[in-house]
Design a protein around this ligand. Sequence first.
Ligand code: 13P
Ligand code: SF4
Length: 348
Amino acid sequence: MTPPSTTTPDAPQKAEAFMLPVVPPPLPEPPSAEQIAALSEEVRELAKQKNAVILAHNYQVPEVQDVADYTGDSLGLSIEASKADAERIVFCGVHFMAETAKVLSPEKTVLIPDTRAGCSLADGITAQQLRDWKAENPGAKVVMYVNTTAEVKAETDYCVTSSNAVNVVNAIPEGEEILFGPDMFLGSYVEKMTKRPMKVWMGECHVHAGIRPADLQQMLDDNPDADLMIHPECGCSTSAMEYLACGDIDPDRTFILSTGGMIEHVKKSKAKKFIVATEEGIFHPLRLAAPDREFVPASEGAVCGFMKTITLERLRDALRDDKFVVEVDPAIAERARVPIERMISITA
Ligand code: 13P
Ligand code: SF4
């Protein structure tokens, strides 16, 4: 078939309050130390009063990560959302993550502090496009990255995150045809690791696709005491795997990891320095995990404007005013829950 293209997606179906932008909004002004202290206190007090749990992704601004009850990668936060016993979940991340929390906890109020927290990757495939792809490939198993809307998940057999994608694909019986989406770089990584041929949707995240250091070996040579950590959504992950396969870069110093995997890696590694290929929010939890090490970005300017829409002030407003409520149609949620629960049961 013609390779699926993501250039002209159908108009996305969005919950009424959410008109998720396709282009990331401009970055907000950073707050002062005094504002951070005052707002953090207010947030913690409101969270107690409102019986709310605050979940924050590793790409959130440091002050939002610091005030959260749990920080983590997509898989870790989905697990926390499924276990949360609070009345409200405030999701400091992007909309598809908050939807996943709602699907897992339909009886809870799920809030997201900013209605503009979209995701270019989740925007790359609509439920209709997936239905069409399935119709062209009857019987194929559909494996979708968690960065998709609940409607897309409702059409999916297995959801994956960057930390368990390889294990999930390995768990699918040999001989089954696999449709994998929407991230082409993660898809190509999974194909290489599992040696399973798959049909891969040609979607990408605008932040990670742009991380393409021209010469990975040069970076390792210039930083002889550094490990190289690459998120599988990165444009450079495909070349890294090719270089690794050909022996062109040092396999003992190159690691393809989820954001949570990076944090675990720095705790174990003896390296003094780490070259990091992912969104810059990760530097905060990395420095907390290993304060005596040095972290350098593989390329400058890897910032997700969608993640950065969430500020302490908007988090405070969300708690105070119970906004913005994330809803998922119950019929869609029932179908979307199946692949999400499979994802949670197959961890890294
Ligand atoms: P993980 O935190 O699961 O590695 O995913 C990163 C991401 O891009 C979320 O949008
Ligand atoms: Fe989506 Fe990319 Fe932002 Fe992650 S970094 S939320 S994949 S746009």
